[in-house]
Design a binder for this molecule. Structure first.
Ligand code: C2E
Ligand code: CA
Ligand code: CA
Length: 691
């Protein structure tokens, strides 16, 4: 650096100031300035370059000419008043020719030996560029942080909060005062108060604090029911861990949706009861419990009696309503821990926890009781009964299949025995199941049995309550099959009704019963013979004619024949039924309503039909005279029959006490094992002529 000669007229004392050679080699811009006039007396190469001037232009330049703001002027004014320390300031250095001023850091310090000031400019353009780039990056990161749908929390290695995004604050419902100020303790306390299990939350944090490199992903349940999925990743700088980034995603809806799907897959749509699959889960659970704790349980197979009639006669919408109400009643009569599931159709399964024989029996009775109150639908009032088969674990089976099969078999045996009751599995039903008496097989065998004369009629006496005389008998079909053995009508009649073969069977029964009645007439045994008529048979076009023909061919007077019809016949097509019943009545045959009380005939219909007798269903006789509801129903039927001037017959009378109650209630006749089972014609004659 050469000493500079200031321009003429200025302070000649300053001209030719010698700079130490070393300053010229310095890479920052440096010049020497007169402390009072602030005139440049020397400048190094870097200074000339930064100022964009040559040596000549620089020399004698007043430093205040390089000011860009009033602030700079004030600064130099201060300096000119005297300084003894080093001052630093950021400013802009103007460039010749209107080029953009250069940002610099300005440093000034006195050089007392020379009586000058040293002025140094550090070019900040590169630094500013880096700062701007950094700012942009930070802004970009911030925007990224804010644009994600996840809540993000950034912490340092000590767990201090460094940043979180707005979504995080929203998700955790941080109060505004907490989102604004960065009060770690308050924010942490807030988060802790939101989670459902604060202790687990603490443990999780402690675990993460101790393992800065661990990646982890888990779920956090909140007290308000929401569930967050949380993924925590380590954050590192230059290969060293510096903190963690935790992202939170609200998965409550997703969970809820999948829960709904689960529920749908496990629920019966009609009744909202657990379905077969759910039942399997629960049985698995009970089996595991039984293996561990030794708790027994009962599985009941429950089927609605005559449900097909309800569906056929009143329609499916109506049937659905009945199923829903049955479901409600079943649920209502069980304990919370017990389960009722619907398998489909009118089949339900009940699981009774910790139930032995006695417990299961009590539950079964409660279930049957729950059906007692009449069902009321669309002005109709009717009774629905159920048949229940019970299998016990571990006694009757070790798997759902075994238990179901056995309970089903027990249920079928209830149906055979007249429905509306319950039964426990007994080993012999197994033999039947193994026999493979499938419906198809039965149907096929029946079609062979009719031409092969394997059907037979037995006759069960109906006894006058007051005189003890037998004036009538009910014809009941019997089938002894050479392969299948004895098959009870409770088993094969429903199959025949479903397949339609009942029409052929019914025609045979009618002819045979009428023939027998006529023979008894001729041989001095005048008995009215009652014949069961199925709905399908009754609906046949030529039914009335076939009755007339049978009577004519056997030469039997019509008053010795009675037809037993079920209530379902009467409500199916009321006008057609009425027309047909009137034709039969005109023909002179008697008409009875069978299984009265289990159907849904209304009083209004009964009054219009030419009926002679009502038969009280066996299920209402069973509990007499102790069961209150049986007492109520039986009495009500008798009273109603009297009011309508109909005779009443009670079915299934087995004990003297039942007979006595019915007699006192005003019942006209009874039928049942108390007097006799159904007997072959010859045995009946012997029984009746015995003293
Ligand atoms: P149902 O018409 O209600 O017949 C009465 C059933 O109760 C008969 O069963 C009879 O044996 C039984 N029973 C009679 N007294 C007693 C008693 O004191 N205690 C008990 N526990 N049971 C008693 P069965 O013969 O097994 O007939 C079952 C059902 O099969 C009949 O019920 C009827 O619906 C149907 N059925 C029988 N024969 C015919 C028929 O020829 N044609 C049609 N369509 N159905 C028939
Ligand atoms: Ca009958
Ligand atoms: Ca009956």
């Amino acid at each position: 650096m050469k000493p500079l000669n200031p321009p003429g007229g200025t302070s000649p004392a300053l001209v030719g100031v010698a700079l130490p050679e070393v300053l010229d080699g310095i890479s920052t811009a440096l010049c020497l300035v007169h402390p009072v006039h602030l005139m440049v007396v020397a400048a190094n190469g870097a200074a000339l370059a930064l100022l964009g001037r040559n040596e000549r232009d620089c020399l004698g330049l007043r430093i205040t000419e390089l000011c860009t703001t009033p602030h700079d002027l004030a600064f130099w004014h201060e300096v000119s008043l005297g300084m003894d320390d080093r001052i630093t300031a950021d400013t802009l250095l103007p460039q010749p020719g209107g080029a953009a001023p250069v940002p610099v850091t300005l440093r000034v310090w006195p050089l007392p030996a020379q009586g000058l000031l040293a002025v140094e400019w550090v070019d900040c353009r590169a630094l500013r560029r880096v700062e701007r780039a950094l700012d942009e990056q930070v802004a970009e990161l911030q925007a990224t942080l804010e644009s994600t749908a996840d809540g993000i929390l950034v912490t340092d290695l000590h767990g201090h909060i460094r940043n979180f995004n707005r979504r995080f604050a929203e998700m955790w419902r941080l109060p505004p005062e907490l989102s604004g100020q960065r009060d770690d303790d308050a924010v942490r306390a807030w988060l802790r108060a939101q989670v459902a299990d604060a202790d687990a939350h603490d443990r999780r944090l402690a675990l993460l604090d101790g393992a800065p490199l661990v990646k982890c992903s888990d779920t956090v349940a909140l007290r308000d029911g929401r569930v967050f999925e949380c993924v925590t990743l380590p954050q590192s700088s230059h290969g060293l861990p510096v903190g963690r980034v935790a992202s939170f995603r609200d998965i409550s809806e997703r969970l809820e949706a999948s829960r709904r799907i689960d529920t749908l897959a496990l629920t019966d749509a009609l009744t909202a009861l657990p379905n077969r699959q759910a039942l399997a889960h629960r049985v698995d659970f009970l089996l595991a419990l039984a293996a561990r704790e030794g708790d027994p349980f009962a599985l009941m197979f429950l089927n609605i009696d005559h449900f097909k009639h309800i569906n056929d006669t009143l329609g499916h919408a109506f049937g659905d309503r009945v199923l829903r109400e049955v479901a409600e009643r079943l649920k209502g009569s069980l304990r919370q821990v017990d389960t009722v599931a619907r398998l489909g159709g009118d089949e339900f399964v009940v699981l009774v926890h910790q139930a032995d024989h006695a417990g299961a029996e009590a539950s079964a009775r409660r279930l049957l009781d729950a059906m007692q109150a009449p069902f009321l639908h669309g002005g109709l009032s009717f009774t629905v009964t159920c048949s229940i088969g019970i299998a016990l674990h571990p006694l009757d089976g070790h798997t759902l299949d075994e238990l179901l099969t056995r309970a089903d078999a027990a249920m079928s045996s209830v149906k055979e025995a007249g429905r509306a009751s319950f039964r426990f599995h007994q080993a012999r039903f197994d033999a039947e199941a193994v026999d493979g008496r499938s419906r198809l097989r039965l149907d096929h065998a029946m079609r062979l049995a009719l031409p092969a004369h394997h059907f037979q009629l037995h006759y069960q006496p109906q006894v006058d309550m007051r005189t003890g005389a037998v004036g009538s008998v009910e014809a009941l079909i019997r089938w002894h099959d050479p392969v299948l053995g004895d098959v009870s009508p409770g088993e094969f009649i429903p199959v025949a009704e479903e397949s339609g073969f009942i029409v052929a069977i019914g025609a045979w029964v009618l002819r045979e019963a009428v023939r027998q009645a006529a023979e008894w007439q001729r041989t001095g045994l005048p008995l009215v013979v009652s014949v069961n008529v199925s709905a399908l048979q009754f609906q046949q076009e030529g039914f009335v004619d076939s009755v007339a023909t049978a009577l004519r061919q056997a030469e039997l007077a019509p008053e010795w024949l009675e037809l037993e019809l079920t209530e379902s016949i009467l409500v199916q097509d009321v006008n057609q039924a009425l027309q047909r019943l009137n034709m039969l009545a005109r023909l002179g045959v008697k008409l009875a309503i069978d299984d009265f009380g289990t159907g849904y005939s209304s009083l209004a219909y009964l009054k219009r039909f030419p009926i002679d007798r009502l038969k009280i269903d066996r299920s209402f006789v069973n509990g007499l005279p102790t069961d209150e509801s049986d007492v109520g129903i039986a009495s009500a039927i008798v009273n109603m029959a009297r009011a309508l001037r109909l005779e009443v017959v009670a079915e299934g009378v087995e004990t003297a006490a039942q007979a006595q109650f019915l007699r006192e209630a005003g019942c006209d006749q009874y039928q049942g094992f108390l007097y006799s089972r159904a007997l072959p014609a010859a045995e009946l004659r012997a029984r009746l002529s015995a003293p």
